[in-house]
Design a protein around this ligand. Structure first.
Ligand SMILES: [Zn+2]
Ligand SMILES: [Zn+2]
Length: 416
């Protein structure tokens, strides 16, 4: 473990720091046992066991297949308020190259995105909240499966998550190796982009490479399409709007057949946007360009889209509230309230489509420059108590007891 160069204040942080070794052991155990989306059987069982040991009021398993929800009621529930906290639990299909004791025990599976840490931080918050209960309302702790491409958040919602637990707002955080440990980043709007997948199939007419005039060469047509598509972002999307179109795979012909012009070519790529208006514009232009370019060469092009994740858009009041909570822990200089959005995507977006709330980034320092999804990435256990205290602060400060120290200070300063 590295030497900590930052600090955090507050009662929750000090309390949680006392069981830092236990949360660390929990996190490392999850790291040893990575599981893919909807296969988090071990993880889900470990979470339930930990929640039981914490003494939470209710544990609901099997929401969205392997999802788990823990419910903790405050010392009072007179406010009728209910807030949700979400952690993702799944790992990635990649080989770990770390050599630490807690490296993956499963070949080809790895916690390369730190969801082991997210789960441990929320379990840490559960323990603190169940022990102290210094809030007026109900805390709903959501342990979600399948964030890495499986839309686990949507599956939990479709399985009745918010019907059974009608939270007023929901919060989530992701570790960010590009930010120093002890810092938090957020903004009042878009945090992550929408991710679409598209495929283009160019159908021509195959034939002999020596008599190419008798063919409709889909490779030549594809080359024109690839060039033309670059103009969508540069010449159709407004420069103040953001969009990315990347063709990431192309396949045509056979590398063993140097004189065979193939009959078709296929491409696959992704579109990233923040607004549904730009998303629709890009999809429309991509379809139009592919069809028109192909028609110009007597070929045809079929374009299809799959909208994977919507954009992750914070609601402004909840985002600024979360920034205030973070500030109470790490101070004003360690909270970036105008964090740049990322063109990556996140399925917490489905929850933010239904509920007010916010998605935060929590800095963790990259070890040896290993960022998310790198085979040498690992979650930084140093930040576990900070993440847990941040979760706890959202509950305590979002549903304050009439007699809470924070409320008394506010009242005193208002009176004074
Ligand atoms: Zn990831
Ligand atoms: Zn992730």
């Amino acid at each position: 473990m590295s030497t900590r160069r930052w600090s955090a204040s507050g009662r929750a942080f000090a309390h949680i720091a006392k069981f830092h070794p236990e949360i660390t052991a929990f996190r490392r155990d999850l790291h040893v046992h990575p599981e893919l989306g909807f296969e988090e059987v071990y993880t889900s069982a470990r979470v339930q066991e930990a929640l039981r040991a914490c003494g939470v009021d209710e544990i609901h398993a099997g929401i969205g297949k392997t999802g788990v929800v823990g419910v903790i009621r405050g010392r009072s529930t007179a406010s009728g308020r209910m807030l949700g906290l979400r952690a993702d639990m799944d790992a990635l299909p990649m080989r770990e190259e770390n050599e630490c004791e807690w490296r993956s025990s499963k070949p080809g599976l790895m916690h390369g995105c730190g969801h082991d840490g997210h789960t441990a931080m929320l379990v840490g918050a559960a323990r603190y909240l169940a022990e102290t209960r210094d809030f007026d309302g109900t805390a709903v702790l959501i342990f979600q499966p399948g964030e890495e491409g499986f839309a686990g958040a949507r599956v939990m919602i479709e399985d009745g998550l918010f019907d059974r637990f009608p939270v007023d707002a929901v919060f989530a955080m992701h570790n960010w190796p590009n930010m120093p440990a002890g810092t938090v980043g957020i903004n009042r709007g878009a945090m992550m982009a929408a991710a679409d997948r598209f495929t283009i199939e160019v159908i021509g007419k195959g034939g002999h490479g020596a008599h190419a005039y008798q063919t409709v060469d889909p490779i030549v047509v594809s080359a024109q399409i690839i060039s033309a598509v670059q103009t969508i972002v540069s010449r159709n999307v407004r420069p103040i709007d953001a969009a990315v179109i990347s063709i990431c795979a192309i396949q045509a012909g056979d590398l063993g057949a140097m004189s065979v012009v193939p009959g078709k070519a296929q491409m696959v790529g992704t579109i990233r946007t923040f607004s549904s208006r730009v998303q629709a514009q890009v999809e429309q232009r991509l379809s139009e360009l592919c069809s028109a370019v192909a028609a110009g060469f007597n070929a045809t092009a079929k374009v299809s889209f799959e909208r994977i994740y919507p954009a992750t858009i914070n609601t402004a009041p909840e985002a600024m509230f979360a920034a205030d909570v973070a500030q109470s822990l790490v101070g004003v200089h360690n909270v970036d309230r105008n964090m740049e959005p990322s063109m990556g995507a996140e399925d917490f977006s489905f929850m933010l489509q239904k509920k007010a709330g916010a998605y935060l980034r929590i800095g963790q320092d990259a070890r040896d420059g290993a960022y998310l999804h790198n085979s040498r990435y690992d979650f930084n256990d140093d930040i576990l108590p900070l993440g847990a205290a941040l979760h706890a602060g959202l509950i305590e400060q979002g549903m304050q007891l009439a007699s809470s120290p924070a409320r008394q200070t506010a009242v005193a300063s208002a009176v004074g």
